[in-house]
Write a protein that binds this ligand. Sequence first.
Ligand SMILES: *Cc1c(COP(=O)(O)O)cnc(C)c1O
Length: 453
Amino acid sequence: MDHLLDGTREDDRFAAVPRQVITRAARTVLDHLRQQILDGRTPDFDDAAILSDMAYHCREILALNLVPLINATGVVLHTNLGRALLCKDALENIRTIAGAYSNLELNISTGKRGLRYTAVESLICELTGAEAAMAVNNNAGAVLLALNTLAQGTDVVVSRGELVEIGGSFRVPDVMTKSGCRLKEVGTTNRTHLKDYAGAVTESTGMLLKVHASNYRIQGFTASVGLKDLVTLGKSHGIPVMEDLGSGTLVDFSAYGLPSEPPVARSVAAGADIVTFSGDKLLGGPQAGIIVGTKRAVDSIRANPLTRAIRIDKLTLAALEATLRLYRDEPTAVREIPTLRMLTMDYDHICRKADALYTQVKNVCGPNDKVACADMNSRPGGGSFPDLELPTRCVTLIPANLSVATLERRMRLSSPAIIARIENNRYIMDPRTLLPGHEPLIASTLHTILRPS
Ligand SMILES: *Cc1c(COP(=O)(O)O)cnc(C)c1O
């Protein structure tokens, strides 16, 4: 070890590397050599080779772990790839607020302590028609918090058709238990009627809950109860009614040829006491859980000590406010918010993007690599529009000298990583989720992989 560390002293490759990183790299290299000896092999003890190895490991250790990548999957809200991209205003506002002191919890006019929700409350109320609003860490947290505040120790009535599981272990029954409520299932998987809810109400009932089936559809012989009817039932018994919308939206997507997802304003107008939705699904903002509802319900949620544990961070708040204010003018929101822009991108526009990508890809491919454009479907993702396939035009590639799986892996392992999908043994690149400047990066990476010099 000492010998190796000595060897790095006059070496430029280690000049800016912290001591502890060099030591960690040396240890990795030594462990590897030891293992080779234990395996009965004779390792190469050449100093220069060992130092090169160490320099490589230093670079690996020092590189950032969370890095941007190129999403060529066409899945707009890809949870594994970070869901919604923030709009320019949100990015700028994060920078402004993060680098300065702010009035996060100060009421500037009175000089007294303020609430962090003030930054977004009136805006959310304006956009949804709600009486009161707040935001927390994410929608899972919002649901947990609302249930715990309004219905702890009571029965919460939910339709069997709405016992949703969202990827990553968020299951309505489990959240119910963790929030201290008892789940009272009513109806059947495909059909639930108002009389099922009515028959389930007892003096231990603390809430009627509706959960939006955001990532699946039950089709065929179905019946479910509208929020309005639930609200009427709840009012007649003095029981609060809550709706978890999942990916609640503030625009009417049917105006853009997409199926309509339930707008938040409609649930508010239907009279729900509490409505919760995500900040980084169809809203296209930062990870957050937004809670809107009656002043009484929201006030009691704010007073719950659990609120502090899942409170929203100031960077998120900065991004959320900047995103939300764009919704005051819908065309602006659709143009500026990447999620909305990608989801509503018209087919002709996608074709032009596909042509541009095709030309660049074709340029770097050999005569035997098969490149083509093909009409396919993109998936919105992120628990939105579950049965929707968005018409798109993709560039497909079948390399001549390597398997499609190898191509996929090499593209993924390049820098920046390029993530695409394989379908019918073709490598598929969907231009819907590409950003300006991505096409030449994809082409040059393909060039390196397909035609190594
Ligand atoms: C996505 C979703 C959640 C969880 O929201 P996060 O913001 O990811 O925490 C909860 N309920 C429903 C119905 C959802 O679709």
